[in-house]
Design a protein around this ligand. Structure first.
Ligand SMILES: CC(C)(COP(=O)(O)OP(=O)(O)OC[C@H]1O[C@@H](n2cnc3c(N)ncnc32)[C@H](O)[C@@H]1OP(=O)(O)O)[C@@H](O)C(=O)NCCC(=O)NCCS
Length: 152
């Protein structure tokens, strides 16, 4: 399994956008396949934020994760964020999500990020394994979430 920037694989944008819609479309009803693809086309860089990393095996995408400047409109003062971590539903619990988190942290470190944030409704344990600490528990878009922070 390789981790590469989506900048090197723009042809994978439609597949990643489908995952994003399937996981989070209900939270952002305005989001469509087209808007999800447009968001990802804004991630075609390797040396700055926003960017997306993709896990690949034999050219096939297994999952992806992003670094973005803003992810929570109620917390504009916090930046940047680890966001959009997703693994193909048929390939979960094999370590691919962990590999993506580790790789995104390494990329953040490379970019000089001192503090990285995320929020999650249900994956606190996964992120805690990588040094993310709970900053706050709050409600966001109708669900209980935890905001976490790590020094990459
Ligand atoms: C969250 C998500 C990205 C995790 O991806 P993943 O590839 O399943 O992650 P991992 O395999 O690294 O870890 C998941 C679990 O599998 C376990 N695991 C990892 N490798 C394993 C293996 N070889 N055999 C059995 N279990 C394994 C991990 O210990 C972990 O367990 P725990 O967190 O319940 O303690 C994935 O479930 C997903 O896409 N969910 C939907 C989108 C989402 O919720 N994203 C996060 C938003 S904050």
């Amino acid at each position: 399994v390789h981790i590469e920037p989506i900048a090197d694989h723009p042809e994978l944008i439609p597949a990643l956008a489908r995952w994003h819609l399937a996981e989070w479309g209900h939270k952002s009803p305005a989001r469509t396949q087209a808007t999800a693809e447009r968001r990802l086309r804004g991630h075609l860089r390797t040396d700055g934020i926003p960017l997306t990393l993709v896990a690949l095996e034999d050219g096939r995408p297994l999952g992806s994760a992003a670094l973005v400047c803003q992810d929570m409109r109620t917390r504009p003062e916090l930046t940047p964020w680890l966001a959009d971590v997703v693994v193909d539903p048929g390939l979960r619990r094999r370590g691919i999500g962990s590999l993506l988190v580790r790789s995104t942290l390494a990329k953040a470190r490379e970019l000089g990020v001192a503090r990285l944030y995320l929020y999650t409704p249900d994956q606190e344990r996964l992120y805690a394994r990588f040094g993310f600490e709970v900053l706050e528990r709050t409600e966001y878009r109708g669900e209980s979430v935890v905001i976490m922070r790590a020094a990459p």
